[in-house]
Design a protein around this ligand. Structure first.
Ligand code: HAX
Length: 438
């Protein structure tokens, strides 16, 4: 170990338990507007963001402009008599708060088709990466590469008035959403398949085209994409990808760099990349147990093994939710209606029975229930997308709908640069010594 690293290591080793016991002893002390545990605890529960498009209730789960997922499935227009809601309709709802008509949704599908041309240099940027580069790194770079097309940047340099920020942002947002399925599909096919750069079909919708460009045949997958892209879109403003988008957007960074920043947050295993970690963990489990149909007892002992090795059970737990995630339930419902016999999916359902009591028994996990990522991988795997490193990119395509609709609102309301206040542990200790906290 070099000297610098050794010094750091010694300091970190000493400070970690010290901070932990300080939080334990003084957790309820009031530090400014928050409690001491919130200061060190990732700002859990601190209300300091405005996000117009959705709200998350710990027990009821997500509401998109007030609508639950079952309500969206019932009320949003469908594609040609299908069963699942269309993400175009959801975006309309998020942006203007009303359920669109079928005609309005058709217009939006056609508009996104018209705007779907991706600059040639973006594909060159992707091609410059070794094929085994994580797809999220390729996705983030490809999105950033479109910055030189930003309407916001151009108009800002021309002296755009503040009150027009939302207008330029809307144009970028529409272009970005229209383009990203093509970008994502190319990353998939270049990294894992035939390298084809597929084009959208004007007779299909946004999700149908994404499915088609990925090279996955069949109406059932297109329907799953409609549901998947709808329900992964938005989860209020405090989650890491939404909050990052909001933070970077607040600097008036252009729409592409703003969204790429959100994608870099989504790529973490405690957030969107949990979707790939779940399937990796399940596949490792079935391999280690030597069966594709493990019993609940076998799963229970594998879960314990994972916990004993100091790892989390991916797909379980949540910073806000305190019930099974309605997005998990919605995907389970799709699988029950369409794919019930699959071994991997059956295993995911058995895990749902085994993991919550195991996490509850730890006595520290606030939410032992599955989150959105516990189910999606098994369904994507069933449809033939077995390259699970790609799953977070699919999540990201959907997340664009929520965070980009919200960005339009941030710019429309003229919300300022985000700049919370930080403090040091030395300062906290001094305040404690001086008995300065309430
Ligand atoms: N397995 C094992 N331990 C878990 C756990 C899990 N699934 N979930 C929480 N815990 C542990 C925490 O690691 C923490 O332990 P320490 O005190 O030893 O650090 C303790 O329980 C308390 O954590 P918490 O308050 O219940 O949860 P947080 O709000 O701190 O964290 C996380 C929420 C989602 C990050 C957490 O539950 C987790 O790591 N889950 C697994 C990863 C995952 O599925 N992430 C996706 C979340 C949904 C999402 O964003 N999707 O994109």
């Amino acid at each position: 170990m070099d000297t610098l690293k050794e010094k750091f290591s010694l300091l970190a080793k000493a400070m970690r338990p010290e901070v932990k016991s300080m939080i334990k002893e003084h957790r309820e002390k009031q530090v400014g507007d928050v409690k001491l545990w919130q200061l060190y605890g990732g700002a859990r529960g601190v209300k300091c963001l405005v996000w117009e498009t959705s709200e998350l209730d710990p027990n009821k789960g997500i509401r998109f402009r007030g609508y639950s997922i079952p309500e969206l499935r019932e009320r949003l227009p469908k594609f040609q008599g299908g069963d699942e809601p269309m993400p175009e309709a959801l975006f309309w709802l998020l942006l203007v708060g009303e359920i669109p008509t079928e005609e309005e949704v058709k217009w939006l599908s056609a508009e996104w088709y018209k705007r779907s041309e991706v600059p040639a240099h973006t594909f060159k940027v992707i091609d410059a990466f070794p094929k085994d580069t994580h797809p999220m790194a390729q996705f983030s770079a490809a999105i950033s590469s479109m910055k030189n097309d930003s309407v916001f940047d151009r108009r800002y340099s021309e002296g755009m008035h503040k009150t027009e920020y939302w207008d330029a942002t809307y144009e970028d947002v529409m272009n970005l959403i229209a383009r990203i399925p093509k970008v994502a599909a190319y990353i998939y096919r270049r990294s894992f398949k035939d390298g084809v750069m597929a084009e959208p079909d004007p007779n299909l919708d946004w999700s149908g085209n994404f499915a088609r460009m990925l090279g996955i045949e069949g109406d059932k997958f297109k329907e799953f994409m409609r549901l998947y892209l709808t329900i992964h879109s938005d989860h209020e403003g405090g989650n890491a990808s939404a909050h990052t988008t909001h933070l970077v957007g607040s600097t008036l960074s252009d729409t592409y760099l703003t969204f790429a920043a959100g994608m870099n947050a989504l790529a973490g295993p405690l957030h969107g990349a949990a979707t790939q970690e779940v399937i990796r963990w399940v596949l490792e489990m079935v391999e280690s147990l030597g069966t594709r149909t493990p019993s609940k007892d076998q799963i229970k002992s594998y879960v314990q093994q994972t916990l004993d090795s100091g790892r989390v059970i991916p797909g379980y737990g949540h910073a806000v939710l305190r019930q099974p995630d309605p997005r998990f339930i919605a995907q389970k419902g799709f699988a029950e209606r369409n794919l019930g016999e699959d071994d991997l999916i059956q295993t995911v359902w058995k895990i749902f029975e085994v993991v919550p009591p195991a996490l509850q028994a730890l006595g520290k996990v606030k939410n032992p229930w599955p989150n959105v990522d516990a189910h999606s991988g098994a369904i994507l795997y069933n449809f033939g997308i077995k390259e699970f490193n790609f799953y977070t990119v699919m999540f990201g395509v959907s997340r664009a709908l929520g965070v980009m609709a919200a960005l339009c609102w941030t710019r429309a309301l003229g919300l300022p640069l985000e700049r919370p206040k930080s403090v040091t542990t030395k300062w906290v200790k001094q305040q404690l010594e001086d008995n300065a906290f309430g």
